[in-house]
Design a protein around this ligand. Structure first.
Ligand SMILES: [Ca+2]
Ligand SMILES: [Ca+2]
Length: 248
């Protein structure tokens, strides 16, 4: 066997192994995406209302009228372990009056509305101007029990904005990351790291949307199950071991 053929063979085997690794990674991951680009009306069959109402309006998602709305993505569409949850959406304010409104992302949720159940992170306007507050909360109301955030679970945003890309993800089984990208360059400009007090907090495997009123809109909602680094490392070691076995 000439060295050239041997090299090609190794290269081919490496390609096959990498393809297997990619397939394994895809098999264990889940994702859900919605751009809400459809007729005004209900959110559709992929969602289940928990409380209040939500709607598609102008190719975005928002609440109906005033009040609280919490809607979950059906478990058949997305149901990864909470520790893998990463949710993201583009949040936009429709006007700058002082009327209370918010848009929130729900993750690690169990579909219950009582304090300590599930996680939601909201961008809220409650004084004239842009989004003026952030809430890192549980249940469906206004309580952050079970989550500890430096500076508190409801904080004033120093430099209000009227649109941002909000990313919330669990970065360890007890750590919640919140990132706000105010100029849509995929680098978060405001970051909060919170502690999930597991044992106090009742988490689940659902993701969803949460709103107050219809003056704040949600677009390009994306939920992804991000494999933990440890899992990826195990897959990588497995791939290397497979290559070594084949070379023998
Ligand atoms: Ca849209
Ligand atoms: Ca940015």
């Amino acid at each position: 066997m000439s060295p050239g053929i041997h090299g090609e063979e190794i290269s081919m085997r490496l390609s096959i192994t990498l393809a297997m690794l990619a397939a394994a990674a895809v098999g264990m991951s889940q994702s859900f995406f919605d751009d809400f680009n459809r007729a005004d009306g209900g959110l559709g069959a992929n969602y289940t209302t928990v409380t209040g109402g939500m709607q598609v309006l102008g190719n975005e998602a928002t609440g109906t009228g005033t009040g609280n709305g919490l809607t979950m993505v059906n478990a058949g569409m997305f149901s990864a372990a909470y520790s893998l949850h990463r949710v993201q959406a583009d949040i936009r304010l429709m006007d700058t009056t002082a009327t209370l409104t918010y848009s929130a992302l729900a993750l690690g949720h169990n579909g219950l509305t009582t304090v300590n159940n599930g996680i939601f992170v909201k961008l809220q306007r409650q004084v004239a101007g842009g989004f003026s507050h952030i809430g890192i909360y549980t249940g469906s109301g206004s309580n952050g029990a079970g989550i500890t955030t430096t500076g508190g679970n409801f904080q004033v945003i120093a430099a209000p904005f009227t649109a941002a890309r909000l990313t919330v993800m669990v970065t360890s089984p007890t750590t919640l990351y919140t990132g706000i990208d105010t100029n849509f360059d995929n680098t978060d400009d405001i970051v909060y790291n919170s502690t999930l007090n597991i044992g106090t907090l009742a988490v689940g495997n659902q993701v969803g949307l949460h709103t107050w009123g219809n003056l704040s809109r949600i677009d390009n909602f994306r939920a992804t199950a991000v494999p933990e680094p440890a899992t990826l490392a195990v897959l990588g070691i497995g791939a290397l071991a497979a290559m070594r076995r084949r070379r023998k």
